[in-house]
Write a protein that binds this ligand. Structure first.
Ligand SMILES: [Zn+2]
Length: 296
């Protein structure tokens, strides 16, 4: 049986970044038209790994991820993202932000056809315009793209910020692992003029913000890592100790923090840390763990 060994590391790496993952039985063997394999563990010849990361929305408010559906059709994505309740993923309501892995190999019906020259630029780490304006060519991206389907109606309505943060952390982990620029994360809208995804939080160009956040995860993580870890480990509720730590970090050479961190700033961070649902919370915790070397 063919195993797509090249991507099997990803769920565990994300778990270590604090992202909840579910791996469905059969995902390692799912889809076989092309192989994504590591040189040392691959079956047969080395097939390499994906060359970009494409973000989609499902155009539905819930979805049931599966390796194969009841009609025998393969999953249309490698990963599904949403709020998990009883095995289904939802756009809104209760449930834990979760990434569900359904295929470690190239998904057959996912990225599809688009504008070939754009893909070649993306593979060269060029930041291409977020929206495709040229018609599709003969090139399909299925073999090259790591695809995530995000449960969202696609009408611009909001998704849970923690789900979006999980998408960004996955992007940063992929960039770290493969040495990609953050611009390798693209939307379907970036690839084909026929598509609009991802469209949520009222922003048709949301992929730009996602790329920016992935860049921030990659570039600023080291700066924040040490002190956020300290905050997370339990002294966040002690303003005196927190202030002392700010002072210590300011005195480091070079200073870890910008000059001007003061009691008001400390109070801000404490409030943030006491709100586990906030986007900043997950983003900073993720940065911390991501850049502690887990994903490298
Ligand atoms: Zn799509």
């Amino acid at each position: 049986m063919t195993v797509h060994s090249g991507m099997l590391w990803l769920p565990e790496a994300l778990e270590e970044c604090g992202i909840r993952t579910v791996v469905l039985d059969g995902w390692a063997e799912a889809q076989g038209a092309y192989l994504w394999t590591d040189p040392d563990t691959g079956v047969g010849s080395y097939g390499g790994h994906p060359s970009c990361y494409m973000i989609h929305h499902t155009a539905s408010s819930s979805a049931l991820p599966s390796v194969k559906d009841s009609s025998g059709r393969w999953s249309k994505a490698n990963v599904w993202a949403g709020l998990e309740r009883d095995g289904r993923l939802y756009q809104t309501g209760s449930g834990e932000p979760t990434l569900v892995f359904t295929s470690s190999g190239p998904a057959r019906v996912s990225s599809g056809y688009g504008h070939g020259p754009t893909a070649l630029d993306v593979f060269r780490d060029v930041r291409v315009p977020w929206k495709q304006t040229e018609p599709d060519t003969e090139m399909a991206l299925n073999r090259y793209a790591w695809n995530v389907e995000t449960v969202a109606r696609g009408d611009g309505s909001d998704i849970d910020p923690r789900v979006e943060a999980a998408l960004e952390v996955m992007g940063a982990v992929l960039c770290e692992r493969f040495g990609w620029a953050p611009w390798r994360a693209i939307g379907h809208v970036t690839w084909s003029t026929r598509k609009v995804d991802p469209f949520w939080q009222g922003e048709p160009d949301r992929i730009v913000r996602i790329q920016d956040n992935i860049e921030e995860l990659l570039e600023e993580g080291d700066m924040w890592a040490e002190w956020v870890r300290g905050l997370v480990e339990g002294w966040a509720e002690d303003p005196v100790k927190t202030a002392q730590e700010f002072t210590r970090l300011n005195e480091m050479d070079p200073p870890v923090l910008e000059p001007g961190n003061n009691p008001q700033t400390v109070a801000y961070w404490i409030d943030l840390l006491n709100d586990p649902g906030s986007r900043e919370w997950l983003g900073f915790v993720s940065r911390t763990i991501l850049l502690s070397g887990v994903a490298r």
